[in-house]
Each structure stands twice: as structure tokens, then as C-alpha cells.
Design a protein around this ligand. Sequence first.
Ligand code: SF4
Length: 349
Amino acid sequence: MIFSEELQAWYQQHKRDLPWRETKDPYKIWLSEIILQQTRVEQGLPYYLRFVERFKTVVDFANAAEDDILHLWQGLGYYSRGRNMHKAAKIVRDQYNGVFPIDYKTLITLPGIGEYTAAAISSFSNNEAQAVLDGNVFRVLSRYYGIETPINSTEGKKIFTAIAKENLDQVHPALYNQAIMDFGAIHCKPKQPLCEVCMFRPFCYAALKGEVDKLPVKLKGKASRDRYFNYFILKEDDQVLMSKRGEGDVWQNLYEFPLLESKHSMTIPEFLEYEDFIRYFGANVNLRVLQTQTKHVLSHQNIYATFFEVRLEGDLIQKKSNWDYVFLKDLDKLAKHKLIFAFLERSNF
Ligand code: SF4
């Protein structure tokens, strides 16, 4: 049997039962594909179910307020995905009469839809002969064929695209694409792939040469920068001071506690003499650490976050324009980014 037939035979036995596999509705497939970018299936599944339940059609999605979408998205990270989805849904509503496109050429023009997602949606919903190329597929192809060209280089992309196209089953593209993605996700895994029981073992370059751990090859990205985020939680009666993030930085438009960013880790005595801190909170303050520093990794930056509780003797000296008191009972309604969301979950706030 040839490569693609072997894969499909494997898939019939091992495929995962996932709700978006049961449908040809491009809207639902789009939801699942965007949610699952950079997200594990187990983590993404409840989000998918919530989105489908809340927004039954792409028009419902387009008509929603951005805050509602981000609120539902909260905890998934990479919030630009949620924003781009909203833009794409509005285009589908306004330019395509609310009918979600199913052809690759149209899909690729929508915000947030790249080559992989357009290939996935068009093949799964329309059986269009488009080969998907995601991290799982790169891994399987590089190991099986022994391709050492970096997968994130221009040259590598050309080579892998050509091989992916060659292997695509033109009659059953959807099945083939799902098969190779699942095979990469649960069999030819990044670590400890199941080579011992693999039907490809006698022909697989990496297994034969003992190079499984070396493939695929990836060029190193640019170094991450370190940032130190200090959150100050100030409660007044049944309200808490919250801050809405601005544009041009991470977590655009999402809510958090008042933040002072510093160039390095700072202690409580240092804050009590720190000009930026005193400008807003004053010097007559009780500070205590609610959560010691935790590291949060984003693409190209490491965020080191510490949460402090602030108790004032008098009034707040100054309030930034994006700071506002919010009733504690309404806190849940705000779209918050992952750091805040995780803090609130841990702290029984
Ligand atoms: S033999 Fe191992 S490395 Fe090769 S395709 Fe199978 S699981 Fe992947």
C-alpha cells in the first residue's frame, strides 16, 4: 500500500471522535480550526462547544459584541485570533450574505485564515484537494522522508509543500488530511513516537537511521525579552480597581488589575520608594504579596508577574485614565487575559 492509503487505514482504526469531525459545516470547522491553533485538543474542546452553543451561525458570531467574544475566549491566549474571527465573521455576513465560503481561494482572503486553515476548511467542508501542512504534518513528513531542511525556512516550506501535495489523496483529501494530522498528533508524536508499533517503521528514514529525535529541524527564532509585570489589587468596599489595556501591546483591550511594569523584579520596600508607585498610590500604603512571581511565556516575550494587595491609609493619589472601579459581582463579565483569569481562579477572589 502506498503512504496515503496506509495512513488512511491507520486512521480508520485510531481516529479520535471529535465533534467537528461530524460536520461539514464550514462555520463550525472554522471555529474548531482557529481555536485549536496553538492549543491542545483537550483544552480547546470545551471552548469549541461553548462557542457553537452561544453563536449558532456565523451571523450570530458577527453580530456579537467584541467583548462577548473575548470573554468567551478568555483563557485560550493569543487573543488576536478571537479578534480576527470577529472581523472575518463580519465580512462573511456583509459580503457573502452570511454564507461561509468553502473554497480555498475565498477562504484565504479572510482575516486570520492562512494557508493551513484555508486548506483544512476547504478540504473538510468541500472535499477540495488541498493538502494541509501544520506542525504534525511537518513532523511526519520530515521523519518519514528524512528531510533535514528547516521546516520554517523558505526552502523547507517549498519542499514540504511539494511532498504534501504529491501525497494528497485527490479522491479523499479530507480523509487523508485528517489521517496525517491525527497520525502526527497521537502516533508520530514530538516526544516518544510509537515507532515500535508503526507500520512505517521498515521504510521510515528517521527510524532506520536512528534520527527520530533530530527531525524535524527548526531554525531558532529571535530571543525572547523579559518583562516584569507588577499588579496592584486595590479593593474598596465591594469594588475593585481594574484597568483596560490599550492598543499596540499584548492583550489589547483586555482587563487586568492596575499594572506597573518594571525593568527587573522589585521587592515591597523598593516599591514603597518607587516614584511611579508613589505617584498613584502614595507612600502611606500597606503592601503584601498575594502571588509570588510566576513566569508566563508568550511568543518572543517572557512575562514575570507578581500580584500585590494594596491597602491605602487615605485616598488613591491619582488614577490612570484607563483605571476604573468595578463591582466585584461584575468582575466575571469583563474579558480578562490569561494571567488575570488564572490568578482569579487560583485565589478564590
Ligand atoms: S517509525 Fe517512528 S518516526 Fe517513523 S513515522 Fe513511524 S512513528 Fe514516526
